[in-house]
Design a protein around this ligand. Structure first.
Ligand code: PA5
Length: 366
């Protein structure tokens, strides 16, 4: 099976429940890293909370989280979880340059799993030069080296994974630092998130058969279609973006995302009923109980309007009470779904050759 067929495929379904076939397709056990997200969340929080030498929290006026791709998503998580409850602005910086406001009263959290991402390193150097209050999170590499050399507090997380499979190690330390500096009160959110993730893994892990496994089922429905993932602005929008990136990297398919309410003002025009393009796409709509009442009404109306114009629409609801638990719960479901979609296509979910080739193509001496 190489991904040509559309919709459920009996052979792909059998493969997803066959441990030997999964092992053959996934020699580095990428799926195992997805299954260990709850442990990572607990450990990532512990590592962040254990950093004893943080800059002062008083007078922080903004937080910039630096990072690209699988590391950069931690900045989006921080923005969605801490932002609405914090008096200071939180910005995810995905590029070479710090925003103009980030100076000595800014907290700059530089996140790179490899530690060698040039955009993150450039913005990190800029933050140090501007006298910002910098903390680094890395699995090693130059970022860890530079942080040590410059006396910047470093949360060193376990290495050896693909960055996108290290979400718990990357996002939780920065949330812990925000909590320690008085920017966020986590309450019971971390424990709740980890417990709900345990449940998701139980339900969506490899041992859970296709008949009762929502991630395997959705992956099979998506076979041969381009996923379009929608969420509401805020935590579900971040989850939708994570799903899109995970479909790209784990399943090696094009995928798109957008957020309500903005998409109601433009993208909704792209799915007219009967268009010959529509059936090749499928919309996955990420929901949670904390949606703004008008946004919830909009999502219902949007899903109804889009449905005749695409292959199918499926809604997935977050569990949990806290925004952190809801976001991670949705992300975990997407991590499983995208990994199973790759496996159902007969593809090893781990390698990311195009990303590596691009890094090599622009390599220059430093
Ligand atoms: O998923 C990936 O591997 C990429 O998106 C990387 O995360 C990205 O290229 C940045 O690398 P790093 O996370 O090591 O900073």
């Amino acid at each position: 099976m190489t991904g040509g067929a559309r919709g459920e495929d009996p052979q792909a379904a059998a493969d997803l429940d066959d441990p030997a076939r999964l092992e053959a397709l996934d020699p580095t056990d990428f799926l195992g890293a997805v299954e260990r997200l709850p442990e990572q969340v607990r450990e990532g929080w512990r590592l962040g909370a254990a950093q004893r030498h943080l800059p002062p929290g008083e007078g922080i006026r903004g937080v910039a989280v630096l990072g690209m791709g699988g590391s950069g998503i931690s900045g989006d998580v921080c923005r969605a979880v801490v932002g609405p409850r914090s008096p200071v602005v939180i910005e995810a910086v995905k590029g070479y340059e710090l925003p103009g406001w980030a100076g000595p009263d800014a907290l700059v959290l530089a996140v790179s799993y490899s530690g060698n991402t040039e955009e993150t390193l450039a913005a990190f150097e800029q933050a140090c030069e501007r006298g910002a209050r910098v903390v680094a999170v890395a699995g090693g590499g130059r970022l860890a080296e530079l942080a040590r050399r410059r006396g910047v507090p470093l949360v060193e997380v376990p290495g050896g994974l693909m960055p996108r499979a290290a979400l718990g190690y990357l996002a939780m330390p920065i949330l812990a630092v925000c909590e320690r500096l008085g920017l966020w009160g986590s309450g019971a959110a971390v424990a709740e998130a980890a417990e709900l993730l345990d449940q998701r893994v139980e339900e969506c892990g490899r041992k859970s058969a296709i008949g009762v496994n929502p991630a395997k089922q959705l992956a099979l429905r998506l076979l041969g279609r381009v996923p379009v993932v929608y969420g509401s602005e805020g935590l579900a929008g971040v989850a939708a973006y994570r799903w899109k990136c995970q479909f790209n990297e784990n399943a090696k398919v094009p995928a798109f995302w957008n957020a309500v309410p903005e998409l109601d003002h433009n993208e909704v025009m792209g799915w007219p009923p009967g268009s010959p393009l529509g059936p090749g796409f499928a919309a996955v709509v990420l929901r949670h109980a904390g949606e703004h009442a008008r946004v919830a009404t909009r999502i219902d109306a949007t899903a109804e309007m889009v449905e005749p114009g695409v292959g199918f629409v499926e809604q997935a609801w977050a569990r949990g009470a806290s925004p952190l638990a809801r976001l991670l719960d949705l992300a975990c479901l997407g991590d499983f779904t995208s990994t199973y979609l790759g496996l159902a296509r007969g593809i090893d979910p781990a390698p990311i050759r195009a990303i590596e080739r691009l890094k090599e193509a622009i390599e220059r001496p430093r």
